[in-house]
Design a protein around this ligand. Structure first.
Ligand code: CLF
Ligand code: SF4
Length: 319
């Protein structure tokens, strides 16, 4: 005779009221395989704080011109688009080994700039080297998506499994205000033509990499008076393409948008709730530098890693 199963200690979901079910769903990991292993794909505060990421600043150039972006090399600004140095792929591999000795809970190696990682070949070459040496580390790419369709196979072959695409608008009218110029297949495109090409490549690129097994997050920079009424539509279209989570990031006014005010907390909350109608929302982004090392918002080892004295100033462009 087989033993009777032990009594269950958990309450069946069907026995919970609607509010309790919503709370249980809200605290459940969205990506169980990444919870606690990837700070930006963990949905609980504990999961977010459990592991670190290392960004490798290997990508110098960009193929679009976002009006909020001021790429720079310095040691004091704390934002994407900024790094204190540029590494070659071979130097980056050495940095991974040094970083793991300093911060053994690094589980993720990401490339997020300081330019666009798919604009030049350095990021994919770096991922190939890092993947061969450290197959168990998660490889994470952040891109504007212009070259995503053309690079999808190479990205997955280089070991990348999590991808962030910055999609700020899916309406060419709005997108043309944000990034008025792109360079695509050696041609400079402007205005609506540029915006249509970028949006089409972002959406088809997301669908391609998702079909190949990648997990996709979308970053949307919330720009008051420009795309703040448009975030739900961005979320709807990227969810249709296969993205699974969205990160609505408040603008830090600078460069071409220096005259705008940043969105206040209520505007950010409203935009996130609008996006939540279509897909999960990530809300603990720390707007990391392209050479960050540590748990986002909790620890930073980049000064020890590179021997710098870093005085961080919070500012921002994309992620
Ligand atoms: Fe880096 Fe970005 Fe990968 Fe995270 S950051 S490439 S997904 S490992 Fe994370 Fe930093 Fe926000 Fe980016 S907190 S800026 S969302
Ligand atoms: Fe390029 Fe990113 Fe800067 Fe836009 S925000 S110009 S995609 S580096």
């Amino acid at each position: 005779m087989s033993a009777a199963p032990p009594p269950s200690t958990s309450v069946p979901l069907g026995a919970l009221c609607a509010v309790q079910r919503m709370r249980a769903a809200a605290s459940a990991p969205i990506f169980p395989a990444l919870e606690g292993r990837h700070p930006c794909f963990s949905s609980t505060p504990e999961g977010h704080a459990a592991s670190a990421r290392l960004h490798l600043p290997v990508s110098p150039g960009c193929n679009i011109a976002c009006r909020f972006c001021k790429r720079d090399f310095n040691r004091h600004e704390q934002r994407p688009g900024v790094a204190a140095r540029l590494l070659t792929p071979e130097q980056a591999l050495v940095v991974v080994g040094r970083a793991l000795r300093l911060c053994p809970n690094i589980n993720v190696v990401g490339i997020a700039g300081p330019g666009d990682p798919l604009c030049t070949p350095h990021a994919l070459q770096t991922f190939r080297l890092v993947h061969a040496a450290y197959p168990d580390l998660i490889k994470c790419l952040s891109t504007n998506g212009l070259m995503l369709p053309a690079s999808a196979d190479d990205i997955l072959a280089a070991g990348v499994s999590t991808i962030t695409v910055t999609v700020n608008a899916v309406d060419p009218e709005i997108q043309a205000e944000i990034s008025p110029t792109i360079v695509y297949q050696r041609q400079r495109l402007e205005g609506h033509e540029a915006a249509r090409r970028l949006i089409a490549n972002q959406l088809s690129g997301i669908a391609l990499v998702v079909a190949r097994g990648a997990t996709v997050k979308v970053n949307t920079v919330l720009i008051p008076g420009v795309n703040d009424g448009h975030v739900a539509e961005v979320a709807r279209r990227v969810a249709e393409a296969g993205a699974q989570i969205i990160n609505v990031i408040p603008l830090i006014p600078q460069h071409g948008f220096a005259d705008l005010l940043p969105p206040d907390a209520l505007a950010v909350h409203r935009a996130r709730e609008a996006a939540r109608r279509h897909l999960a929302v990530f809300s603990h982004c720390q707007r990391c530098r392209a050479d960050a090392c540590g748990v986002p918002g909790i620890s930073d080892f980049s000064a020890e890693l590179y021997g710098d004295t870093l005085v961080a100033e919070p500012t921002f462009s994309h992620g």
